[in-house]
Design a protein around this ligand. Structure first.
Ligand SMILES: NC(=O)C1=CN([C@@H]2O[C@H](COP(=O)(O)OP(=O)(O)OC[C@H]3O[C@@H](n4cnc5c(N)ncnc54)[C@H](O)[C@@H]3O)[C@@H](O)[C@H]2O)C=CC1
Ligand SMILES: O=C(O)[C@H]1O[C@H](OP(=O)(O)OP(=O)(O)OC[C@H]2O[C@@H](n3ccc(=O)[nH]c3=O)[C@H](O)[C@@H]2O)[C@H](O)[C@@H](O)[C@@H]1O
Length: 478
């Protein structure tokens, strides 16, 4: 199938390359000429494991190309829109400038019957407005939120744990799950709904109705796009536009809440001498809770969770339902307090005398396996420590170039051991294997000047570091 992908950032470039890898004919379109030049040469403009291979393959095979010309979208049957939706500069709401601009630029090239599939994370209600704008072209707008994690983006795109498609006119169809392969792709959709509910295949139990023809057709086309995942039985949820938009922000809000919950427990642990990592293990054994995303530490960052919970809260206020998600403000506040806490641990380790102390910051990316530094807790800590007068050196296996562009005032060293040499204290803020697994306390001892280590990710073996004579400080663990 011919596809266009508009916006070739962390989401779009991976989506384009992944769609080409499953056999589609894909054009990626972006306004950033440098990004397009790199992608056209088969090079990834950012670090994402597995992406370079897919780009090389697709570009060489000729079914993946990139351009800055929107006119190249003409003739594609599905147009994915994955441009950025950052936080507005002067408020917590999402900035929809890029989404609006992308849709406006695309409209002249749409043909009747085309599908415009929004992938950006947007405030609920956005899709309905965009659908009206697209309607005169005869194309159909659907919302197909993305759940990929950076660092696992290729795998998550090709083999997601669920696919969600919001289609027009599906108001009475509430989160009905349809599991089906290509074989029944052209089967009458109402009988498929009937089958999925009577078979009880993870349906919500709510009544379902046949989709209007436009929505039915759009859902079928998206099924065809994602044919390998559909064929293996990946849950494929067809719903209305608003629910699809909400599923995305609800998922990120839940993940952020889970992290802040355990970080709140870390604060209590700090006041009582308890160990939050053991607490997380213990409650995580309860399958209803689960251990994943109970990693207490310096908290969440990145281009999504922080801005998505703020945008969600702002949208809820607009809807007159601010109090329904007012807890997200607390989730945000807990998260930001952990950044302060990590910095305070360094300051306290020097009895408040941090001025002029050499502090090595291990990590700049917001998480390992990524070069993304958007709202990175690691860099936040580095900047704060420098602001307090420390002599800060930052290192990271992938993110130094991005970090230097955003924070040129910090000192950067590529090599981990060079960064550690002569340090008075070390703080681990991104749990790369290079720091978590591969750095032994004995080796670190041979490099540093002072044996103080703050484990901002609770990723080190505290006992092993202490045995080597280090003063070890974790986040919510003794
Ligand atoms: N990064 C991630 O892991 C995920 C991101 N998302 C959502 O996807 C959207 C994109 O996120 P990222 O890829 O991380 O952002 P990004 O900033 O890496 O990429 C956005 C791209 O859109 C391009 N762009 C802006 N205006 C354009 C226009 N008018 N026409 C064509 N291209 C244009 C930019 O040049 C940039 O390359 C956001 O809404 C985000 O919340 C959703 C799930 C995962
Ligand atoms: O909307 C998005 O962009 C994406 O946001 C997150 O993905 P991502 O931002 O790539 O990273 P996560 O793995 O979720 O980590 C987010 C932050 O939480 C932190 N984190 C994660 C887990 C944990 O236990 N503790 C913790 O502090 C990480 O260090 C990182 O800073 C979601 O996990 C994706 O499903 C979603 O698609």
């Amino acid at each position: 199938m011919k596809l266009s992908v508009i916006g070739c950032g962390y989401l779009g470039a991976v989506h384009a390359a992944a769609m080409a890898s499953i056999g589609h004919d894909v054009v990626g379109i972006d306004v950033d000429e440098r990004k397009i030049a790199a992608l056209s040469a088969g090079e990834a403009p950012f670090f994402e494991p597995g992406l370079p291979e897919l780009l090389t393959q697709g570009v060489a095979a000729g079914n993946l190309r990139f351009t800055i010309n929107m006119s190249a979208a003409q003739g594609a049957q599905v147009h994915f829109v994955g441009v950025g939706t950052p936080q507005q500069k002067d408020s917590h709401a999402a900035d929809l400038t890029y989404v609006n601009a992308a849709i406006d630029a695309l409209i002249p090239y749409l043909n009747p019957g085309d599908i415009v599939a929004g992938k950006s994370t947007v405030p609920v209600g956005t899709a309905a407005v965009l659908a009206e704008r697209v309607a005169p072209t005869g194309a159909t707008l659907v919302w197909n939120p993305e759940f990929l994690r950076e660092g696992w983006a290729v795998e998550d795109t090709i083999d997601p744990d669920r696919l969600v498609v919001g289609v027009p006119g599906a108001r009475t169809v509430s989160a009905t799950q349809i599991v089906g392969g290509l074989s029944d792709m052209h089967e009458d959709v109402s009988s498929r709904f009937a089958r999925s509910t009577t078979a009880g295949s993870d349906s919500t139990g709510s009544t379902s109705a046949a989709l209007p023809a436009e929505g039915e057709r759009a859902a079928d086309i998206l099924r065809e796009v994602y044919h390998p995942a559909v064929a293996k039985g990946t849950p494929f949820i067809v719903t209305d536009l608003a629910t699809a938009e909400l599923v995305k922000v609800a998922a990120n809000a839940f993940l952020a809440t889970k992290i802040s919950f355990i970080n709140a427990m870390a604060e209590i642990a700090e006041a009582t001498g308890a160990d939050v990592t053991q607490l997380a293990d213990a409650i995580g054994h309860d399958a209803r809770i689960g251990r994943r995303f109970l990693g207490a530490g310096i908290g969440f960052g990145g281009g999504c969770l922080p801005k998505d919970i703020r945008a969600f809260a702002a949208r809820a206020e607009e809807l007159g339902r601010g109090e329904s998600v007012s807890f997200l403000r607390e989730v945000d506040a807990i998260n930001l307090r952990r950044r302060e806490r990590a910095v305070q641990l360094v300051v306290d380790a020097f009895d408040g005398q941090v001025v002029g102390k050499k502090v090595t910051v291990l990590g700049a990316a917001f998480k390992p396996h990524s070069d993304d530094i958007r709202d990175s807790p690691a860099l936040d800590a580095a900047v704060r420590l420098r602001g307090l007068g420390a002599d800060v050196t930052v290192t990271d296996p992938q993110a130094i170039e991005n970090a230097r562009r955003q924070h040129p005032q910090l000192a950067y060293v590529d090599d981990r051991d060079d960064a550690l040499r002569g340090a008075d204290a070390v703080i681990v803020v991104t749990e790369w294997d290079e720091y978590r697994r591969d750095l032994s306390p004995a080796h670190a001892s041979s490099l540093v000047h002072g044996k103080i280590i703050v484990d901002g990710r609770n990723c080190l073996d505290a006992a092993a570091w202490r045995a080597e004579g280090w003063a070890y400080y974790g986040m919510g663990r003794p």
